[in-house]
Design a protein around this ligand. Structure first.
Ligand SMILES: Cc1cc2nc3c(=O)[nH]c(=O)nc-3n(C[C@H](O)[C@H](O)[C@H](O)COP(=O)(O)O)c2cc1C
Length: 211
């Protein structure tokens, strides 16, 4: 396959831990797994914890999403607008997106929310129609590697507090990704034994990922 036609993979990490992060370990393993089947896959990496986007402001959002006037923007706003544009372009250009996610306070890291605020753009990744919202990014494959300290699986007493897998499934469906692939390591901070078993299961699922 020529470089031009190579599958483009966007690898994103969000854990605030520079070392010892399980979601980083899992996302790296998933990328390696996919690369093994398709060695010429083109990987672009973005670390949202090391290079946070920050909360998007109303003015930057209006310019990013609707092309509003930027003539009175200060340098910080211009820089954020340019970076927001790069983030959206990177996503649009990718065929596969692999996201490492740490489960923080029942949900996703705020850096990932800030990234999503740049990706969910009407007219680009979804559109409003008379019959409701239609996703425009349905051709993409999105794989989430989620590490949760406690146990939040279906049927567990904490399941009602799970707002990461459920949130990401909802938000990606808005842009047309209906079959989000989520691999979870659950209960990893409860005991070394539970962690080892959860990691082994997750790594098995990563190994079993379709090419
Ligand atoms: C800021 C923060 C918030 C957390 N909140 C929760 C939580 O609400 N529930 C839970 O079970 N674990 C929680 N944890 C534990 C993480 O889910 C767990 O350590 C997981 O491995 C994080 O992924 P990471 O190692 O890639 O950062 C939290 C950890 C941090 C650092």
């Amino acid at each position: 396959m020529s470089e031009k036609n190579a599958v483009k993979l966007l690898h994103i990490d969000t854990s605030i831990k520079a070392t010892g992060s399980l979601s980083r370990e899992m996302s790296a393993a998933a990328v390696e797994r996919l690369k093994r089947e398709a060695p010429d896959i083109a990987v672009h990496y973005r670390d949202l914890a090391a290079h946070p986007l920050g909360d998007i402001t109303g003015r930057v959002f209006a310019a990013h999403a609707k092309g509003a006037d930027v003539s009175d923007f200060d340098p910080a706003e211009r820089s954020d607008l340019a970076e927001s544009g790069r983030v959206l372009e990177e996503f649009m250009a990718s065929d596969v997106i692999v996201i490492g996610v740490g489960f923080y306070n029942f949900s996703v890291p705020s850096s990932l929310k800030a990234w999503l605020d740049r990706i969910l753009v009407a007219g680009k990744t979804f559109s409003y129609t008379a019959s409701g919202v239609v996703g425009l990014a349905g051709g993409k494959r999105v794989i989430v590697l989620l590490a949760r300290g406690g146990l939040y699986g279906e049927g567990s007493p904490n399941a009602r507090h799970e707002h990461a897998e459920t949130y990401l499934t909802s938000i990606f469906s808005v842009i047309g990704v209906e079959n989000l692939e989520v691999i979870v390591a659950d209960g990893v901070d409860i005991s070394p034994e539970l962690r080892a078993a959860a990691v082994e299961r997750a790594m098995g699922s990563i190994e079993a990922l379709a090419a």
